[in-house]
Design a binder for this molecule. Structure first.
Ligand code: SAM
Length: 362
């Protein structure tokens, strides 16, 4: 795992509402200098991004993720607000903010919510971004340098096995990571392990069962079906949003709360075309699977984008499910974990080692 450190204080300029990431470049242009993934740059312990990430590693997908950080900013701010961590006004005294001492964004992509986390850690605090894709790691580091986001490390690694010690962070966050991973419970268990006792674990994950396009368009249905079929091929669960709360309880978290955001995006909003955009990222997979030819994809893409350009059309491409929970204080957790262990032992024919051991060093 490689580590990268910049300097050490937070920048309130990161708080400018709706500012979006500067230098994001025009849509589909790719982030400056992000470059193509370099297999040689993969650190030991980091998985091959082509293997773990259903949407592939390429500059267009990196650019889409930079747009996503601006698109989902209101929901990210709402989540931080629920945690009592709403970033203050840009001119507010940073020492007066509630803040946390440390936070990590797992699967941060080229930006994720690193800018917002930098704004909610106390002065002298620490923010870590972790991603499997070296191109995303490099883009996130460049963003942090341009914005002079201090106290921020961006590291290459596997969200399922980060290698950080137990209880390292006050806040452990992931957004649209679990949906891309065939074994999301492993990531949730790692998130719970990384949180300090009493610390927060939070996820924002979509649920793409209900896509509302009205008036309907057969080409839109066809493109959505292609998205579902190709994305699920990699083991991704498109209904993950609704499952996260249960996974939090299973991982021994408590005080679990779920909020569902249902947004219809107006014409001109970049999130409105997220399904055709995702299909563009999945194009090689779709063609290789024989689900559609390149020419068919082009014609569906044109028809759907024309439809969505009409301001009278309503488009809700997904639900976004925010889930937050707390890691119990150590004494409570020990009680809870021994109960979980007894339950597991009686449910399983083969006795296993108690998972509670993972928490003992917290
Ligand atoms: C859909 S993107 C989300 C990026 C960012 N969280 C956001 O919301 O904008 C998923 C990210 O998770 C990363 N990823 C996928 N599997 C991973 C793993 N096992 N470990 C670390 N990162 C992973 C991908 O490289 C990608 O950057």
């Amino acid at each position: 795992m490689t580590h990268h450190a910049t300097a050490t204080a937070t920048s309130d300029s990161a708080l400018a509402p709706d500012a979006g990431p500067p230098d994001a470049g025009p849509p589909d242009a790719g982030p400056p200098d992000a470059g193509a993934p370099d297999a040689g740059a993969l650190a030991a312990g980091a998985p091959d991004p082509e293997e773990v990430y259903a949407l592939g590693a390429n500059p267009a997908e990196t650019a889409r993720l930079i747009r996503q950080s601006a698109e989902l900013r209101p929901e990210a701010l709402a989540l931080l607000d629920e945690l009592g961590l709403a970033p203050g006004r840009p001119d507010a005294d940073p020492s007066a903010r509630p803040g946390v001492g440390s936070a990590i964004d797992l699967g941060c992509g080229p930006l994720g919510i690193l800018d917002l986390l930098s704004a909610v850690v106390r002065p002298g605090g620490r923010v870590v971004g972790l991603d499997a894709d070296p191109a995303h790691v490099s883009a996130a580091r460049q963003y942090a340098e341009r914005r002079d986001l201090r106290g921020l490390d961006v590291v290459e690694g596997d969200a399922r096995h980060t290698g950080f010690p137990d209880g390292s962070f006050d806040l452990v966050h992931a957004r649209t990571l679990l949906i891309t991973i065939p074994s999301p419970a492993e990531v949730v268990a790692e998130m719970a392990r990384l949180a300090r006792p009493g610390g927060w674990v939070a996820c924002q994950e979509p649920d793409v069962e209900v896509v509302l396009c009205y008036p309907p368009l057969p080409a839109c249905d066809a493109l959505t079906d292609l998205f579902r079929a190709s994305f699920e091929r990699a083991g991704a669960d498109l209904r993950i949003g609704r499952r996260v709360g249960g996974m939090f309880w299973d991982a021994g978290l408590e005080d679990v709360h779920v909020t569902v955001h249902a947004n219809a995006y107006p014409a001109g909003h970049t999130r409105r075309t997220v399904i055709p955009d995702l299909v563009r990222s999945l194009r090689p997979v779709i063609v290789e699977m024989g689900l559609a030819s390149a020419a068919e994809l082009d014609s569906l893409d044109t028809a759907v984008r024309e439809h969505l350009a009409d301001p009278r059309v309503l488009m809700m491409p997904h639900l976004l499910v925010s889930t937050r929970g707390r890691k119990p204080e150590l004494r409570t957790y020990r009680r809870l974990s021994s109960r979980l262990w007894r339950q597991r032992r009686s449910a399983s024919a083969r006795p296993r080692a108690p998972t509670s051991g993972r928490w003992r060093t917290c």
